[in-house]
Design a protein around this ligand. Structure first.
Ligand code: NIG
Ligand code: FE
Length: 412
């Protein structure tokens, strides 16, 4: 099957295969072609160029993109899409004055979701989660990382990871799986951290490795959750099973998580709503991708990750949704990109770089996803008719997506 998209007003994010991530001032540049065509054969981009040179061969399908922009589908490198039930009561409790921390301290928060998850069958969990996956695919997400972390029991964590695996087998969207058993301490281990960490290392990890259920390992390194030492112990144990760290750090407090993550060769450090100069220096000497989650800041009314400081230091930055029932009940990457522009003062070029190629890097799939590059997967967004791509973040509440192509298949 050979498809050509013609008359593209602007084809965005054209990169050479050698570019694996974009850093610092380079993020302000989004290489593009105006009045372009693009060809994909089955699931792979096989040609693109200016309309004046467009190939006159016979194609199975022609899509006319007059007045529309085409860009790589979003690469959402941080989500918790697999969960059971919802937490809208906590949302109302926060409106009425309780903080996220106060809700967690009285047994709500992550533990609330864990109770619901452990009472839900694998089949039901799959059915609830697939709806969210289908929703974000229609919103232009073509690759997504999904974490466990609402089980907090051997069976619960395995159930989540098996659901993630099943989703990746059934859907064309690219999925990477992360084991986040260290998301919170279950109530019965509140005063016995060692007991839970032993369970995680000695029972969960070997089973996960045996069934090949995870690519990455995550820890919520934060005051009241996992300490830096506890994180390091867990990351080192994960390394024995070839699980690469991608961690939650610096969401509410600075406790040294970034340095420990970098020392353990983390692929990404995510959240960073609070960030010290020392953290920036640490990141400068690493291959670790900083990841900002602006929808989480929006929903919890906490600070936004200081994008200008990060990019100004010459570092790369990725944007992800953090889709989860507690801090970010939305997986809309269009809103993420718009919010990064509006609240974090990222330019549209920077935000699109952050949500495509840098997002792909943050989940280790930059060789096949995240840019318009010959040989990469045909994962594409075709916008509605717009004046320019600036309209995408500008019209932040509108859905300006016309067509989404994932793995060469039209999703919407
Ligand atoms: O990334 N910060 C830790 N984990 C999630 C939220 C978890 C929850 O509240 O359910 C996050 O924001
Ligand atoms: Fe998260």
């Amino acid at each position: 099957m050979k498809t050509i998209i013609i008359n593209i007003q602007e084809l965005l994010q054209i990169r050479d295969a050698s570019v694996e991530k974009i850093s610092g001032s380079e993020m302000a540049v989004l290489p593009s072609l105006k009045n372009a065509y693009l060809v994909f054969e089955n699931d792979v981009i096989s040609d693109f160029g200016l309309m004046e040179n467009y190939p006159k061969n016979i194609f199975d399908k022609t899509i006319d993109a007059s007045g529309k922009v085409v860009l790589p589908a979003w690469c959402d490198s941080h989500t918790h899409i697999v969960y059971a039930g919802n937490r809208e009561q906590e949302f109302v409790d926060r409106i009425n004055g309780l903080s996220y921390e106060e809700i967690a301290n009285r047994g709500g928060g992550i533990l609330n979701s864990a109770n619901k998850l452990n009472e839900t069958s694998e089949e039901e969990l799959y059915n609830q989660s697939k709806k969210r996956l289908e929703e974000v695919m229609k919103l232009g997400t073509g690759a997504v990382e999904i974490k466990s972390g609402y089980g907090l029991t051997v069976e619960g964590e395995l159930k989540m990871l098996r659901v993630i695996k099943k989703l990746s087998q059934k859907y064309s969207v690219k999925i990477k799986a992360t084991f986040l058993g260290a998301h919170a301490f279950p109530l019965q281990y509140k005063d016995n951290h060692k007991g839970y960490i032993d369970l995680l290392i000695n029972e969960m990890l070997p089973k996960i490795a045996q069934e090949n259920l995870a690519d990455y390992i995550d820890v919520f390194c934060e005051t009241g959750y996992f300490s830096v030492d506890e994180m390091e112990e867990i990351l080192k144990a994960g390394k024995k099973y070839n699980l690469i760290p991608k961690v939650h750090v610096n969401q509410f407090t600075i406790i040294g998580g970034i340095k420990a993550a970098v020392t353990n060769n983390a692929l990404s450090v995510d959240h960073l709503e609070v960030l010290s100069d020392e953290d920036i220096e640490t990141l400068k000497n690493s291959n670790t991708m900083p990841v900002a989650l602006p929808s989480c800041s929006y929903f919890l009314s906490i600070p936004y990750t200081p994008a200008r400081k990060i990019i100004g230091a010459g570092l790369p930055l990725a944007l992800a949704s953090d889709f989860n029932p507690g801090s970010t009940p939305s997986g809309n990457m269009n809103f993420v990109v718009a919010t990064a522009c509006i609240k974090m003062k990222m330019t549209p070029e920077e935000a699109i770089n952050a949500a495509t190629l840098n997002g792909a890097y943050a989940m280790g799939i930059e060789n096949d996803y995240g840019s318009i590059t010959l040989g990469k997967k045909a994962n594409l967004i075709i916008s509605k008719q717009v004046n320019s791509f600036y309209e995408l973040p500008y019209a932040f509440g509108s859905n300006l997506i016309d067509t989404v192509i994932i793995n060469g298949e039209i999703v919407i």
